[in-house]
Design a protein around this ligand. Sequence first.
Ligand SMILES: [Zn+2]
Length: 150
Amino acid sequence: MSVQNDTQSIAESYDRLLPEITPENRPYWDGLAEGELRLQCCDACGEYRFPDSEVCPRCLSGSFGWRAVSGKGRLWSWIRMHQRYLSAFDEVRPYLVAYIKLDEGPPIISTLVDVPDDLEFDLPVRAVFEPGLSERTILKFAIETPEDAA
Ligand SMILES: [Zn+2]
């Protein structure tokens, strides 16, 4: 098998891992493509939620809007994946699975770019928008540096 075919099959298996784009989640994916993290926000109680859902998990209202959020949060937990579970991640293994608590409230499971050796609980992070192996832009997070805040 050629290198090109290997890369193509990895991209295809990576694509299969991504959730299907539906009318309900399209604003999220469109936002990422435009460099913005957009979440549903409840019109009744103001709670942000992720992933998308028909009703607010806090007050059960079905009324909501999509709003851009800061993309800032804190590293709440993480794990380094060394074991090969999915061939789609062969090129990036070992990779980090990060549990991020967004400043607006919802938790998001993602990964970090430029992972330092010395991760700490509660490190400030910010969203970055990276083209994936597929056509889609993928949400990742970067450790916030003092220069970012300046
Ligand atoms: Zn609500």
